[in-house]
Design a protein around this ligand. Sequence first.
Ligand code: HMG
Length: 382
Amino acid sequence: MTVGIDKIGFFTSNYYLDMTDLANARGEDPNKYLIGIGQQQQAVIPPTQDVVTMAANAAEKILTESDKHDIDMVIFGTETGIDNSKSAAIYVQSLLGISSRARSFEIKQACYGGTAGVQMAADHIAMHPESKVLVLAADIARYGIGTPGEVTQGGGAIAMLLSANPSILALDNQSTFHSENIMDFWRPFYKREAIVDGHYSTNIYIDFFNQTFKDYCQKYHRNLNDFAAIAYHLPFTKMGLKALRTVITEDAHSQQLLKEFDASKRYNALVGNLYTGSLYLSLLSLLANSTDLKAGDRIGLFSYGSGAQGEFYSGTISDGMHADKMADEFESVIADRVRLSVSEYEKMYADGLPTTGGDVTFDSANDPSRFIVLGRQADQLV
Ligand code: HMG
């Protein structure tokens, strides 16, 4: 029996900001944002969406009625939740009609929360092979208007169904991790925007990647040639490239890893940072866009959450993975996005995050998404 990711769903806002427009408005050379940072567009989250609605919209796309019956654990990784007490998982469980015979809870450790959920789900299924676990990873990344972090904002949700004998990625049950008390990025209760020591955070990210990758290779007697591709947590796409460059050489396999990295960053460059979901959007991008990957290939995954926690683990592509279907599903989410001017984005940003208390309703003429925050109208802001 193998255990791993059987389905992946994605959702993001219907609005985006173009990074050339943002660079021009901030007096920067657009190439700094497009090449130096590696971002082309950024999702702008309207007041009709929060992490609950985005995660529900992502999960609704992948779950059948039979999945909803079989799920016995719902894990929600987020660092931009809507309540300090009640978990976002309970809301999604009830919105989607998932069986109430389930454990349902939220996990927090910055961007690492999604990976903590995946690992916990895998352990649970290994003990209970009939189980299915829904792992949600949703966030809204905010740094502030005119800050250096502004170009690395974004938001959205990933929903993953984990099961025995999965269709997409079978986990190898091989992983190494590292944690240290570090102040590179944090958001205390009184702040709506993250506090970040930007350049320091990029150095720590690379240190944690090098540490966990080295530990993984020693522990499992592997080296770079054992990986057909490596997917990274991508707060901005250049970040993963910087980390990859610390372990590659000039040889042919390294060139192939760079090619796969190109496939893995494509979707993240259009959406921006979705914190807990970023690594898994990159995995989706890799599987949907790679022209060379095939069943049986091993993929490395590097997860990083500021504060800080890093983990390197691996999985093997399953027979049932359908790249074209994944690509079509992603395209359907972003196909009709509305491009905001910088002033429209600033107005939407100033409205802030919704404080829903979990009040969510179905379809609205103002939002193509199925689940939206009750009583909020995006079109009043644009
Ligand atoms: P900055 O200081 O404005 O940018 O902020 P910079 O001056 O360092 O320039 C960025 C790159 O653009 C550089 O390339 C420049 O050379 C290049 P690099 O040397 O790094 O390869 N550049 C140009 N390239 C082409 N044409 C040009 C040009 N001009 C300059 N004309 C920074 C950058 C990332 C620090 C900022 O955006 C920031 O603070 N972002 C937020 C923090 C962040 O994302 N950190 C990542 C690691 S921490 C993490 O991943 C965890 C996180 O997801 C949160 C969580 O865990 O919850 C953030």
